[in-house]
Design a protein around this ligand. Structure first.
Ligand code: DQA
Length: 150
């Protein structure tokens, strides 16, 4: 059975392509999703790619993923820096979690240097724009299908 990976996007990421393009790049979330789909296909992975502006909805989706997915990739957007609720939900899911950010959060305002999500994540990819999601899938493939490395 092909492994399933949940890819979660937090608030304002639906606006990619129109939002602070000098920081986040011109790629839309739909384009990032499509790049993820082609990479996942090569790894025979199934992906469930979602975005929500709501913290509660993200928490519900994470809770619901328990026992149903083999990995989670998450760009929590601004909730990265504020949400203990998302951290607590991630801690209940016993699969590898990879944190992604389009921008290098360590080069920006001080408040972006703190990530609650990192405490639950195996690792973090930041600063590579939409490519970071594809890199996260490469890393996820190595973690969950080590026999299937390209
Ligand atoms: C972001 C970084 C966050 O600080 C910001 O609030 C975002 C996007 C990123 O992908 O670079 O919404 O997660």
């Amino acid at each position: 059975m092909s492994p399933k990976v949940l890819i979660l996007n937090g608030p304002n990421l639906n606006m990619l392509g129109q939002r602070e393009v000098e920081i986040y790049g011109g790629e839309t979330l739909a384009e990032i999703e499509s790049a993820c789909r082609s990479r996942a296909e090569g790894y025979a992975m199934e992906i469930d790619f979602r975005q929500s502006n709501g913290e509660a909805e993200l928490v519900d989706w994470i809770q619901d993923a328990r026992g149903k997915v083999q990995g989670i990739i998450i760009n929590g957007g601004a909730y990265t820096h504020t949400s203990i609720a998302i951290l607590d939900a991630l801690k209940m899911v016993d699969v590898p979690i990879i944190e992604v950010h389009l921008s290098n959060i360590f080069q920006r305002e001080d408040f972006r240097r703190k990530s609650y999500i990192s405490a639950a994540a195996k690792g973090l990819i930041a600063g590579f724009g939409g490519t970071g999601y594809v890199l996260a899938l490469d890393a996820m493939n190595q973690l969950i299908q080590p026999e299937n490395e390209d």
